[in-house]
Design a protein around this ligand. Structure first.
Ligand code: PLP
Length: 287
């Protein structure tokens, strides 16, 4: 039975109770983070906390804990769930008011803080994803204009991902006005003639922690990378396409809308990047 954290206490998942008046439940009025832990070590924790701080302040929510407080609580939750490889889910909502009203409760109510963990399969050099790659489809980006906020309001992402799954693909790559934004739950990279490109950070995408690390590693390894707009036509014509996220690392997309990407196998540039990514994780967490 897994242990969760709710509003200051650790408890069995089955014991956690949240009010139906919680604004997370009524309005999706809250933010979240997903932080991987490898060998019990939280990966890029400060970066996740920085993004959490940005999401909270965009929603005018007061951060209930300082960084040391978050670290203590997150590390204890990881330990209580046996350490190892886990993904930690952290959610903060505007709390439960007496009355359902779109306007913020005045005076404010205490936020609801919930954290849980789930087993995380760590991609290795011989994971199926890495040998065969993944399929993706392109879909219209039907989301709102502040995708940089890691909001729990995920209905468009859910519908888009489900459409991908229903068509036998792993991810939906989203197109806004003819340009790539990101995946339904990932960031997107392409490789063309040896140059790596990814859409620039903006309100149109979530600034992925994995995306930032890929950019960092490319710079460190002198792999040419530009943050720039990518047209739908360029995506279709790319030699390689990758998607990145904290729970999947960097996955090569080998088929897009049913057509092979490049020669339909994980590309050479991806192989180089993946090696550096795995080495970085090993240095930090020993996996
Ligand atoms: N973009 C979206 C919409 C996401 O939901 C996610 C992760 O869930 C990402 C990008 C990747 O972010 P990260 O690398 O921080 O997991």
């Amino acid at each position: 039975m897994s242990t969760v954290y709710l509003n200051g206490a650790f408890m069995a998942m089955e014991q956690a109770r949240i009010s139906p008046m919680d604004r997370g439940f009524l309005f999706a009025d809250g933010v979240y983070e997903v932080i991987p832990a490898f060998n019990g070590v939280l990966f890029r924790f400060e970066e996740h906390l920085r993004r959490l701080e940005r999401s909270l302040s965009a929603l005018y929510l007061i951060n209930p804990h300082d960084r040391a407080g978050w670290r203590r609580r997150c590390e204890e939750l990881i330990q209580r769930n046996g350490g190892g490889n886990l993904s930690l889910y952290l959610q903060i909502t505007r709390g439960a008011a007496d009355k359902r009203d779109h306007a913020f409760p005045d005076p404010p109510v205490s936020p609801t803080v919930f954290m849980s963990t789930a087993p995380l399969t760590v991609p290795t050099e011989d994971s199926p994803d890495r040998i065969t790659g993944a399929a993706a489809i392109t879909l219209d980006d039907i989301r709102w204009a502040r995708c940089d906020i890691k909001s729990i309001s995920l209905l468009p992402n859910i519908l888009l991902r489900q459409q991908a799954i229903a068509s036998g693909a792993r991810e939906a790559i989203l197109i806004h006005d003819g340009f790539v934004t990101e995946g339904a739950a990932s960031n997107v990279f392409i490789v063309k003639d040896g140059e790596i490109a990814t859409p620039p950070a903006s309100h149109a995408i979530l600034g992925g922690i994995t995306r930032d690390l890929v950019i960092e590693l490319c710079r460190e390894q002198d792999l040419p990378l530009r943050e720039r707009e990518i047209s739908e036509a360029e995506l279709g014509d790319a030699d390689e396409v990758w998607i990145s996220s904290s729970t999947r690392d960097v996955v090569p997309v080998v088929s897009l809308d049913g057509r092979p990407v490049g020669d339909g196998r994980p590309g050479e540039t991806w192989k180089i990047l993946a090696r550096h990514y795995i080495a970085f994780k090993r240095r930090l967490c020993g996996v």
